[in-house]
Each structure stands twice: as structure tokens, then as C-alpha cells.
Design a protein around this ligand. Sequence first.
Ligand code: ATP
Ligand code: MG
Length: 450
Amino acid sequence: MNQQLLLAGIEKATVIGRDNHPISRKNISPNAVKVLYKLAEAGYHGFLVGGGVRDLLLNKRPKDFDIATDASPEQLKSLFRNARIIGRRFKIIHLRFGREIIEVTTFRAPHDTHNEIADHVPRRRIQNQESAHSTSGMILRDNVYGNIDEDALRRDFTINALYYTIDNFLVLDFSTGITDLQAKQIRIIGEPAERYKEDPVRMLRAIRFAAKLGFSIEEKTLQPINELAHLLESISTARLFDETIKLLAGGHAVKTFELLRLYKPGAYLLGPTLKALEKLSGPACKLVELALLNTDKRLAEDKSVTPAFLFAALLWPVLQLRLQAQQSTTSNQHQLFQQAAQEVLTEQLQYTAVPKRFTIAAKEIWELQFRLVRNNKRSVESAFNHPRFRAAYDFLLLREEAGEDLDGRGQWWTTFQIGDTNQKSEMVASEPRPASSKRRRRKPKANAAS
Ligand code: ATP
Ligand code: MG
């Protein structure tokens, strides 16, 4: 008898046989395949689920492979030597294979809504309970294990709730995942408002998948998004930073940003940028657009992108507005810039907890802009030797491409970098001396005359 049929809840699935779907083991990460076989050998049931199945059905390359199973976290821990239990709120298992991490989750059941905990109760007081909601409906803990059909229905979107099994190579659909994939639409499972209240990040995920897959957001799934966007205020700025990076560094930044401008949740991640774009026009706004385009291009070429550059670009119009507002005062320009840069970054930190190493680097990219456009000997050398030179140079090129007239400095730096040592020194020599380095008169030494 087919072993799968012994799994409770499986009878509720629509089954798609091997001949009716394009998923083949050779497109699945060998590590994930190994995990699936090992689970089966130990008598458990393991399924590929989520983006791995969705993307393979769309003939796309999945970003990662997630597995769902009826084995408990503790059973997984004893089965896999490389297992680590991650998270208390949502216990998941990470299996590390070199650089690849396979995420394994135990089937979860829906929540007992009687188990409500008031929003004001400190989180540490609820750690011993397996499931909890806040009074606003947000899931605080989610460690109630269940059957596969229950697991499917607590997932976010129908297209993310498809399961693939190596037992007869079937795809299982417990909702309308397959038809929604065919109709190219993002449909939330269950009652939309309720599901967004449980986890407001799902609103951002809807936007992310719509942009990534080129899908539309189904009407009822879309409808509460503007109304409930404010729920994102209850999400930690650390998680919102992670989501922002997933949104903008997933290879579809241009389209994603368009949706973030269109729908209200965007304002809870990139409020300062979106406001600045409404007030400003011209090169600073164009730069944001070009930076996003560039990010997508780099990722398509398998090049890396850094959040530092991304935030330096996204906050550039915000910085320009700040600097403009300061212009009436007459104090030290550099100090004014420092102050504006710090204020802009501090404002962004209220939305997303950008790690310090990135805010420092973003500020350096901005600071270097002064040195790259100012043509004097001292600034050429100090800029070129700066660890952030390359990023700052790319940023400079982007500013020019966006329509700023920087007196051909982009080209100057391009020529400088490809020049040999002699050419470099000639270029530096032909730069004017720093305006500020007026020859200081040396005080004669007290005993110089003797
Ligand atoms: P990708 O990895 O391409 O970003 P994904 O769909 O695999 O997309 P993950 O964040 O890796 O997304 O999550 C894996 C699966 O876990 C999802 O497909 C979904 O079934 C479930 N999931 C993730 N986040 C949530 C959430 N906030 N609410 C409900 N289910 C979720
Ligand atoms: Mg995934």
C-alpha cells in the first residue's frame, strides 16, 4: 500500500501525478532530496513545500528548499546530526550543508483562539504555552503540531501551500494552489483580514510574490491591504529590515518598489523615501529608480548587492531635502552634511533596523561624494584609498546617469582607475592643490637663529 495514504489528512488533497507536473528530482537541491529520503527511511513523511514547489512548477529556479514533515523538532534533532532548532516563537529546524540551509518545519495546526493573551502581557510570560494570540489577533507562538491538511491551511498563500513527495513524485494541493498558479494570482488562504491580523508581514509577502512572479493579487486578498497596513507598526523593525531586503534584493526591485509606492504597506518600510519622492523631482528621484534597476541587473548577473548601497540610494532624495532645508544657515558645510546624514539615517531606523555596519557604509558613500567631485590632490588620494571607494564611484556614476552635472568627474575617475601608476600620478599632479591648504607659515624654532 502507498505509504503516503497512511498519513492523516492526506485524503483531503487534490493529487497531481508525475505525468501532470514538471517537477523532477534533478531540479531539487541534492541535499533536500537526501533529507526527504532520510525522513522516509526513518518512517516519517517529508515533503518539499513553499517556494521550492511553487517555483519549480513555474519552471523557475527556487531560492531555497523548505521541507515540512510529521517528525517533531526533537525527533528531527536526533535524526540529523547537523540539525539546529531555531526560534522559540516558531520552532523550526535548520539543517546546514556547507553554505546551504534546508529549513524543516513540523506540520502545524490552526490555533486555539480561546488561548488569547492580551497585547500588554510581556512576551516572556507566555513562553511556556504552545500557542498564543494577542487580543489583536497576532500569532505570538505557533508550536501546535497537526496534520498535513492543517499545515497547508495555516500557510500564507495558496501557491505556497503545495507539497511535493518523493513517494511516487506527487504534488498535493489542499487549497486552490494549482489553479491560482495557472491564473497567475496571489490568493491568501482563509479570511484575508484575519490572516493579515495574525501576521501583518503577509501583506508585504503578497506584494513581494506579486512582483517576483509577475502575478496579480486576487481581489479579496488585495482589498484589506491598504486598510490594515498600519498593523505593520507592531512588527519589530528588525523583521521589517529583513523583509525590506527580501523585497528589494530579490531580483525584482523595480516592480516591487512600484507596488510599495502604490499600496500603503510601503510607507511602513520606506516612509521617508516615499515622502521625499512626492516632494522632489529631478536627478535625486531618478537616482532611486536607476539604483533599483541596477540592483536587478546585478542580481541577474549573479553579482552581489549591499544594503548599504541600496539605502544610500533610497535615502538620497531624503538627504537632498534635508540639505536644502538647511541652506539658509551659514555654518560649516561639512558639519551640516554630517548632521543631515545622521538625521536621515536615524529617521530610517524608526522604520527598519538597518544594521550599523550598513548605515556607517551608507554614510561613507555619501561623504565620499564630496571628495570625488572636488578636484584637488588631497581628496583624490584619500578617496581612492578609501575602502568604500568602489561603491562611492558607482554611486557617482549613477548620479551623473540620473542627470546631475558633475563636471565629468565620473569619466575622470573611470580614466584614473584604468591608468597605470604614471598616468595616475600625472592626473593627480594636474589637479589643483586643496583650496584649504594654504601654506602655513612655520613658526621659527626658538633656537633656529643660533
Ligand atoms: P522564497 O523562498 O522564494 O522567498 P517562499 O514561499 O519559499 O518564498 P519562505 O519565506 O521561504 O517563502 O517560506 C516558506 C514557506 O513557509 C512559504 O511558502 C509559506 O508556505 C510558509 N510561510 C512563510 N512565511 C509565512 C507567513 N508569514 N505566514 C504563513 N506562512 C508562511
Ligand atoms: Mg523559501
